[in-house]
Design a protein around this ligand. Sequence first.
Ligand code: NAX
Ligand code: ADP
Ligand code: K
Length: 497
Amino acid sequence: MLTAYPVHDIRRLETAAIDADPAQDLMQQAAGAVAAVAAEELARRRGRVYGARVLILVGGGNNGGDALFAGARLARRGARVIALGLLGTPHPGGLAALLAAGGRLLDQDQLGQVDLDGFDLGLDGVLGIGGRPGLPDQVAEIARRLDECDVPVVAVDLPSGVDADTGAVPSAAVRATVTVSFGAAKLCEVIEPAKGNCGRIVRIDLGFRPDNAVTAIDVLDEVDLARRWPYPDARSSKYTRGVVGIDAGSTQYPGAGILATHGAVFSGAGMVRFHGGEEARRVLTGALPNVVYAEGRVQAMLYGSGWGDRSDGAEVISRGLDSGLPGVVDADGLQRLPSRGMSADWLLTPHAGELARLLGCDRSEVEADPLTAAHRGADRTGATVLLKGSTQIVAQPGRRSALIAVGGPAWTAQAGSGDVLAGICTTLLAAGVPAQLAGALAASVQAVAAASLPGPVPPQRLAEQVAIVLGRLQPQPPYEVDHEIGRSGDDHGAGRR
Ligand SMILES: NC(=O)C1=CN([C@@H]2O[C@H](COP(=O)(O)OP(=O)(O)OC[C@H]3O[C@@H](n4cnc5c(N)ncnc54)[C@H](O)[C@@H]3O)[C@@H](O)[C@H]2O)[C@@H](O)CC1
Ligand SMILES: Nc1ncnc2c1ncn2[C@@H]1O[C@H](COP(=O)(O)OP(=O)(O)O)[C@@H](O)[C@H]1O
Ligand SMILES: [K+]
């Protein structure tokens, strides 16, 4: 699991690392790492560093200092390095090192002297964690031109212009080929759209020790998925595995109930009770005869997928809340949440458009800053929110931490995937997994299942793949091997030749 932090926590981790070893020179370590990554990039593209043309974009802070010291190292290896001083005064020590190594400094007025197309590599040292999102127009124009000319860019610590704290890209920002990130991961590395500006990420250990910051964002990987999934064991029964109740679909959208049921069954529900319409029942009876239609005990409920304009939706959800059981509200149910507020044990599964409607804002606002939107959704409703999309974020009401699920291929975004996902979420709630972890595990397993396939498949097939992936990931118990059994003792070996 990777943990990402907002800037104020990163500064705190940095201070602790410096206090622990005051003699270390973090800037030189950072510069050394940037130079090494830049050299690798140059070697890959043109065979060697010697003679390469390198442009450094230099801001007025320590980020520019890192870039200048890195540039000095490249200049000492024979690169022709030009630094463009863009914001404020360049770091004096870094500049002196670059000039001593044979590099040059140009200011913005001399930009006309350089042909951006002719550079083999750019180093982005405009802004680091001290940067406010956005770039002044002239800097934005240079960043845009480098991108247009396909000049590879190595970003120092983060791509300048992104919002390091949210992953938003409110206006212009550098698009990096590689980002050399120092110490701890920043939120912009793990949340779209900023994640897309980072390119490949190379993390450099500067001795920062992770801690349990209340604002930390945990990004799950396959190992976490396998470790945290509630696999049944010898003591399990269908009730400990969990009974899922599904009230989804409608005459207009019968498929949603069918797909949600596939999600619940193939993610390992102990039993599924289907409370949706007749059309869906007829299909399910043939496709999944294990599904039960009788009323009875359930341990978690799903509401809302494919409800359309169902008029009694708000009362149905309200009664579900009164029951004290955990529940999932998806799709059309999200517009029918009771005004008295929800419970953090409940999971809402909106995509950006649905969350925008809940918040009364534009979809673009949610897409531009999904982390903030997910937190607002949780605070506004009182429920846990799984915001779906290319970054799948699970936020809880009143908490600034969040979980991010494993990311999947973009083709997962298809009608019906959300219904399957809602069914998987409900299986996990029924098995007793808390809502935030349930949302993150469900979104992760769907993403891993999709990634394990060669290409797009319909959502019911994706649900089946979830079962295959869960089987593959299941940790094997550490069986004691009894070497005596089967060894050729007098009795056992008698019949063998
Ligand atoms: N503190 C440490 O221990 C280390 C810091 N390092 C580097 O230091 C960086 C942080 O340095 P700083 O705190 O100096 O911050 P930055 O280098 O990010 O720059 C901050 C400066 O830019 C200006 N500025 C911010 N946003 C702007 C915008 N949108 N438009 C125009 N000007 C803007 C600010 O007014 C300030 O002068 C890190 O990202 C990293 O690269 C590394 O050397 C490793 C160690
Ligand atoms: N660009 C993307 N890249 C990867 N996964 C995505 C992307 N967009 C959506 N997803 C995922 O695909 C699934 C489809 O969700 P959704 O759009 O809500 O489907 P539906 O419309 O059927 O409800 C979700 O798990 C979501 O997080
Ligand atoms: K930068």
